[in-house]
Design a protein around this ligand. Structure first.
Ligand code: FAD
Length: 415
């Protein structure tokens, strides 16, 4: 008998599994239908011995010391600050838009205060600000919107910015200085030996049994577990009762080239040309030395693995119905990107998982029925109390979500 069945060996499932096993001495069965751990952060050495990210580039960044230190128990870090260039009007310019971007694009020599005045001049005020188009045009005007945002967003989401929530673009940064780092978080680093190695160390515990290539439905009911932690898609858990939650998918085209370096920075964006949105060269991220180099092209598409929840009001409404089912599901805790239908960065998912663990811990000992079976449902009153209790981790989760969730989603317009 296992105490917990954990579905999904990505950040959400693995962090909860590790905490339950290490801190509460629980017996955990962790299953993933893929043949590897790490979820979408999985990396591996390709045929040429170059470390690549199978599901697209993953760059770790956070403002939370706690999250950074927690993951640091399982990996050493390699400091890395991501830089992105966009190909616009035949020039390569930094993204997010900064002083260098504008000066290069227009052949100007503006200073920072002059750039502020420039933004003021080109901005076209919109009232009310309802859509992502409104947000961007309101901030930088129609011309920059068209050069950088409009077509990229159409490729990325299959939707025009005028069809996307204003929240998607609400936090897109525009800078007046020359800071060309893609992220400005306090902690920016890559796991020194890769994400997969970090996950392997996280899950290397005698209380954790790992089953790969296994859909949880194959073993649910056969292998007894007291409670479930579920990090798969929430709609699939309820057999698509209200219909399918829409996702955007991506086709990743990996390539190895017989040259030591392909491009000057980690990622190049192509807002207006090509069917792909961006190209990433992994050696910039990993620091690996090799006489070949590996890159990945991203082609957004409608069907395929679920990657990005599509931020539209009707989808939020549909998710709200699934969330109600999830809240009422006895003995099942929903955590992670797919189970809560939100685009979260890795640090946000770790925060969410640690918060869930803390809640589970605070509810201990679970009530037992007279017959010896565990009450698998969450005790509503203690659940509420746990949620309201001051908690460092839930504070982390809240502060991370509010400070960078907009950026996380917004960056999908830019990146
Ligand atoms: C292209 C791309 C780039 C990204 N880049 C960044 C980045 O640079 N920085 C950043 O911080 N974040 C990035 N992210 C976000 C990051 O991938 C997520 O925050 C993180 O992977 C979420 O972890 P998770 O455990 O919630 O989900 P996942 O990693 O998706 O893990 C869920 C797991 O559940 C398994 N599963 C699902 N259904 C079942 C089932 N029925 N039975 C068994 N197993 C099941 C899946 O196989 C999967 O392994 C990126 C995401 C994408 C798509």
């Amino acid at each position: 008998m296992f105490d917990y069945l954990v579905v999904g060996a990505g950040f959400a499932g693995s962090v909860v599994a590790e905490r339950l096993a290490s801190e509460l001495d629980k017996k955990v069965l962790l299953v993933d239908k893929r043949p590897h751990v790490g979820g979408n952060a999985f990396d591996h050495y390709d045929d040429h011995g170059i470390l690549v990210h199978k599901y697209g580039p993953h760059i770790f960044h956070t403002n939370s010391r706690e999250i950074f230190d927690y993951l640091g128990r399982f990996t050493e870090w390699r400091p890395y600050q991501h830089r992105v260039l966009a190909s616009v009007d035949g020039q390569l310019v930094p993204i997010p838009i900064n002083l260098t971007t504008i000066n290069t694009l227009y052949g100007l020599q503006l200073s920072s205060p002059e750039l502020e005045a420039f933004y003021e001049r080109v901005a076209e005020k919109r009232h009310p600000v309802r859509t992502s188009e409104d947000v961007v045009v309101n901030k930088v005007g129609k011309e920059l919107y068209e050069k950088f945002f409009k077509n990229y967003t159409r490729k990325q989401w299959g939707l025009d910015p005028s069809e996307l929530h204003s929240s998607v673009a609400a936090r897109i940064p525009t800078r007046t200085n020359r800071d060309d780092r893609y992220f400005t978080d306090t902690y920016q680093a890559m796991p020194l030996r890769g994400y997969t190695r970090m996950f392997e160390r996280m899950l290397d515990h005698p209380n954790i049994k790992l089953m790969l290539n296994t859909d949880y439905r194959e073993i649910a009911g056969i292998i007894p577990c007291k409670e479930t932690i579920y990090s798969g898609p929430v709609d699939a858990f309820f057999d698509l009762r209200y219909g399918k939650l829409p996702y955007r998918s991506i086709e990743f085209k990996h390539e190895t080239l017989k040259q030591a370096q392909f491009q000057p920075v980690g990622t190049m964006n192509f807002p207006n040309d090509n069917a792909y949105t961006r190209v990433t060269e992994f050696k910039h991220l990993t620091g690996q030395k090799h006489d070949h180099t590996s890159v990945v092209y991203e082609f957004p598409k409608a069907d395929g693995d679920p990657y990005y929840p599509i931020p539209q009001a009707e989808n939020d409404e549909l998710y709200a119905k699934y969330k109600q089912l999830a809240d009422d599901a006895p003995g099942v805790h929903f955590v992670g990107r797919l189970a809560t239908y939100k685009y979260y960065n890795m640090d946000q998912v770790v925060a969410q998982a640690l918060t869930l663990f803390k809640r589970i811990k605070e509810q201990r000992p679970a009530k037992r029925h007279g017959g010896g079976g565990w009450v698998t449902g969450v005790d509503r009153s203690s659940y509420g109390a746990a949620l309201n209790a001051p908690s460092i981790v839930s504070e982390i989760a809240t502060s991370i979500s509010s400070s960078s969730l907009g950026t996380a989603i917004g960056s999908k317009i830019l990146t």
